[in-house]
Write a protein that binds this ligand. Structure first.
Ligand code: GAR
Length: 204
């Protein structure tokens, strides 16, 4: 059966694009992006969704008094679209308790550092300023902490002496565009099993 995917975004949407491309090319099979939801009205990611005939919705967090009410409306959209899997592709907000409970081990985030190092915002800059010699990206299930959920895939990149923080971010982004679709493919094929905080990749 086709898996319905929702992608939550806040900005440029290059990771969303990598998922769209991977579905359109047949790399990720039996899946459809049913809806793209943004918390930022003019996020370019919404345009990318429209360009591919995908339902795009802006939900303004500022029009709610509590995060809980805001996320209840997100949950309604997810349920209305029979969403099986939620992807955070550059979505710059923490997910609350209720949403996590409703989609336990079915929310996946891409983070631009090798977790558990450099959690939170500006991870590439944090890594650059720390002076690490390798960095990379992590795809993980989302739990209630900040970038603490079970890790699905990671990929390393070198930090070169000549790099600026932007160079490093660009090198990491290239790998993000590979491992995010890889992780989604594994998920939709039913090849990920979560045991405590360890994600086991099964063959079948
Ligand atoms: C990506 O580098 C993603 O890993 C990062 O934001 C960027 C979004 O780019 N996410 C986070 O930092 C989440 N804490 P995109 O909009 O082009 O996909």
């Amino acid at each position: 059966m086709t898996k319905n995917i929702a992608v939550l975004v806040s900005g440029r949407g290059s990771n969303l694009q990598s998922i769209i491309n991977s579905i359109e090319s047949g790399y990720i099979k039996s899946s459809k992006i049913s809806v793209v939801i943004s918390d930022v009205e003019d996020a370019y990611a919404l345009q990318r969704a429209r360009d591919h005939g995908i339902l795009d919705i802006f939900i303004d967090p500022l029009s709610y008094t509590t995060k809980q009410e805001y996320e209840r409306d997100i949950l309604t959209v997810l349920k209305d679209n029979s969403v099986d899997l939620v992807l955070l592709a550059g979505y710059m907000r923490l997910i609350g308790k209720e949403l996590i409970a409703a989609y336990s081990n079915r929310i996946i985030n891409i983070h631009p550092a090798l977790l558990p190092s450099f959690k939170g915002l500006g991870a590439q800059q944090q890594a650059f300023e720390y002076g690490v010699k390798v960095s990379g990206c992590t795809v993980h299930f989302v739990d209630e902490g900040i970038d603490t959920g079970p890790i699905i895939l990671q990929r390393c990149v070198p930090v070169l002496d000549t790099d600026t923080a932007r160079d490093l971010a660009a090198r990491i982004l290239e790998e993000e565009h590979k491992i995010f679709p890889e992780a989604v493919k594994l998920f939709v094929e039913g090849k990920l099993k979560v045991e405590g905080r360890i994600v086991v990749h099964t063959l079948h």
